[in-house]
Design a protein around this ligand. Structure first.
Ligand code: MEV
Length: 342
């Protein structure tokens, strides 16, 4: 719905309709990656899930307005920063285009948007680390800055979700929230609360093989369509694990928390979401003393996560994960981090 008080690009001192309005003006937005600790897929069906921001994996989007050529449509061009960076996929650009259309509708901004969008994303794509949601969130914040709009948390969430639904099909909203959170969250049905943290350190390992969240969500949907009992049982068991895990965090029970991660891995593997590589990484992490380990995110490839009791143990786990074929690893202490400058 358009705002009842639509403002125009004339906000910036240029007459509405002027193709050069705001030309050269910049907006910058930032977000970060996320990792799902427990509850992926079940969360799409209403189960609670736990996720954590990965502050070292950042996404920055810079939008620069340019003059609009003749014609009536918005014009967006996309570029990716950094040598060797993965190109912005057509799906991602479709999501960002949709996002601009929704942004205009929600904020009541009128007129054409002609802009160059520079995406600088350190979050590997197709690894379940929230790259699409983080890029969308960074883009929303960049456009909000460009057009001097103060969006509240719900408005940002709704805009990111619109883009995520295009990217993932059915989408719970956990990525849209976790990529902007500065602390671990317990997510359920579109809302999140802060979770207490353990002293532990999470290690994330990339299997080196991408997995499509959209395909994974669709695969699970088809399975459950054929077998409603399997859906109910999966959601029941994961809900119980997620509630137990939140309780473990509240009481500092890292061993129990780890065991629930591994149990969640078994449930996801039984649904066909894991791969031989991920299973090998899970086994390696447990053999190296990880308190628990599981695939994380959409699955069918991507990343696994394990919990180390302390940083020194995390080093051993990292070494063993690389020996077992991990393409990349990240060590992420659990806890709150300071907000980045946006
Ligand atoms: C993706 O990070 C998590 C999934 O549960 C999908 C979603 O919740 O939108 C697989």
């Amino acid at each position: 719905m358009a705002s009842t008080n639509p403002s125009t690009y004339a906000d910036h001192g240029s007459p509405e309709g002027d193709p050069d309005a705001g030309r050269g003006r910049l907006g910058v937005g930032r977000a970060h990656g996320k990792v799902i600790l427990l509850g992926e897929h079940a969360v799409v069906y209403g189960a609670p899930a736990l996720a954590m921001p990965v502050s070292q994996l950042t996404a920055t989007v810079t939008v620069r307005r340019c003059s609009c050529p003749d014609g009536s449509a918005d014009q967006l061009s996309f570029a990716v920063a950094g040598s060797g960076a993965a190109p912005v996929t057509p799906l991602a650009t479709d999501g960002l285009r949709r996002l601009v259309a929704e942004f205009k509708e929600k904020t009541g901004a009128v007129g054409r948007v002609c802009a160059g969008v520079l995406v600088d994303c350190a979050i590997p794509q197709g690894r379940g680390l929230g790259s699409s949601a983080a890029c969308a969130r960074a883009a929303v914040l960049a456009f909000a800055e460009l057009f001097d709009r103060r969006l509240d948390a719900k408005e940002v969430f709704d805009l990111v979700q619109a883009s995520e639904t295009l990217a993932h099909g059915r989408s719970s909203g956990i990525d849209a929230l976790a990529t902007g959170a500065t602390y671990p969250i317990l997510f359920r049905a579109g809302t999140a609360r802060e979770l207490p943290s353990l002293d532990g350190v999470c290690v994330i390992a990339d299997s080196g093989v991408g997995g499509s969240t959209k395909d994974a969500v669709e695969m699970v949907r088809r399975k459950f369509e054929r077998n409603a009992d399997a859906q109910a049982e999966f959601v029941r068991r994961v809900s119980s694990l997620a509630r137990g895990a939140a309780d473990d965090l509240a009481h500092g029970r890292s061993g129990d928390f780890g065991a629930r991660l591994t149990e969640n891995h078994r449930l996801l593997r039984d649904l066909g979401l894991s791969t031989d590589r991920i299973d090998a990484l899970v086994d390696a992490a447990l053999a190296a003393g990880g308190l628990g380990a599981k695939i994380s995110g959409g699955g069918l490839g991507g990343c696994m996560i394990t919990l180390a009791g302390e940083p020194r143990q995390a080093q051993d786990i990292v070494r063993r994960l690389h020996e077992a074929g991990a393409a990349q690893t990240w060590v992420v202490p659990m806890g709150r981090f300071a907000r980045h400058g946006d």
